[in-house]
Design a binder for this molecule. Structure first.
Ligand SMILES: [Zn+2]
Length: 323
């Protein structure tokens, strides 16, 4: 599905900056919000519920988790729009028709001044009343606004079984979506800051492929595709990560006009991890020797290359590049 590509539309000024998609984003874990490729299950195990983001049914399942079922979503939007009932500032003036029936008293100078002062005080009071009414209305609208729910659990950690460490080799040929940094791999978390604890709305990570020279001299080759990555995070505001916004829109189209404004992946900040050549990384998960039938000596050769078994998993231990 080409629409899940991270590539910006042709002719867009951000095309040159747009990272390439290393794997098609077609599924998402409802529980930890990790984006997955075709037929993939979540790294969190079979208890993590995975849904398609290619079909309206799948996307609706995700929106239900984020915003509640459609009926709740509609009600929440109505409440937010209404903003509670107005206090009706106009009622303060009711009771006086301004008919001029206030008596045929000769209006002397002092009396006019007194009336003017009273009118001023009344006007100031009315203005204050109006301001308070508006504030109350805004507070009610804020309290009634639909609130998104983040993932129930965090994406699974890399685990305690740390493997060897080494230094990343290779050429940068991709750009991190949020910071725009040249890198060989990136991971990002989209967060909705209003919700402590369950603020993670989307987790995504990929690599264009790289190699790690392990401390014992062995070479580990990481193919392009999905990756699991931990490391120092850089926080970026949503407004400073425009290419990312385009990408999120492509993977979460709006299926029902009623859901306008209720994004499947609502966020206001992004935490991003990048991997660049020269970075020290710790490898997690099982590794295996790459079998090259053409190489003399086969996989037993001393210069054999290691490859990750399953989804590659790394922790960036030190970011040596300029930040
Ligand atoms: Zn999961």
């Amino acid at each position: 599905m080409s629409s899940t590509s991270l590539t910006a539309p042709k002719g867009s000024p951000s095309t040159a900056l747009a990272p390439r998609a290393a794997f098609p984003r077609v599924r998402v874990c409802i529980d930890c919000r990790t984006l997955l490729g075709p037929k993939e299950t979540c790294d969190g195990g079979p208890k993590h519920r995975v849904t398609s983001i290619e079909t309206p049914t799948g996307r609706n399942a995700l929106r239900t988790e984020v915003w509640g079922p459609p009926s709740v979503r509609r009600r929440a939007k109505q409440l937010a729009k209404a903003g509670g009932t107005s206090l009706g500032a106009g009622t303060i003036f009711e009771g006086c028709s301004g008919c001029g029936d206030c008596g045929g008293v000769a209006l002397e100078g002092e009396f006019i001044v007194v009336v003017a002062v009273i009118a001023l005080i009344a006007a100031a009071g009315a203005l204050l009343y109006w301001i308070i009414a508006k504030i109350v209305e805004a507070i009610r609208a804020y309290q009634n606004r639909p609130r998104p729910n983040g993932g129930l659990t965090k994406p699974p950690s890399l685990g305690r079984r740390a493997g060897p460490s080494g230094v990343v080799l290779g050429q940068t040929n991709m750009l991190a979506p949020a910071t725009g940094k040249e890198c060989v791999a990136w991971a990002l978390d989209l967060r909705n800051e209003r919700f402590l604890g369950t603020d993670l709305m989307l987790h995504d990570a990929e690599t264009s492929g790289f190699e790690v020279k392990l401390d014992d001299g062995t070479l580990l080759r990481v193919p392009g595709g999905r990756i699991r990555l931990e490391g120092p995070k850089k926080r970026v505001d949503r407004s400073d990560a425009r290419p990312l916004e385009e990408f999120v829109q492509t993977i979460s189209p709006e299926d029902d006009p009623e859901d306008e404004g209720l994004d499947a992946f609502p966020y206001d900040t992004v935490d991003e991890v990048v991997v660049r050549p020269g970075d020290r990384v710790r490898v997690f998960g099982a590794l295996e020797r790459e079998v090259d039938p053409d190489a003399p000596g086969g996989y037993r050769a001393s210069n054999a290359i290691l490859v990750p078994k399953g989804v590659p998993a790394f922790r960036v231990e030190r970011d040596k590049g300029p930040s």
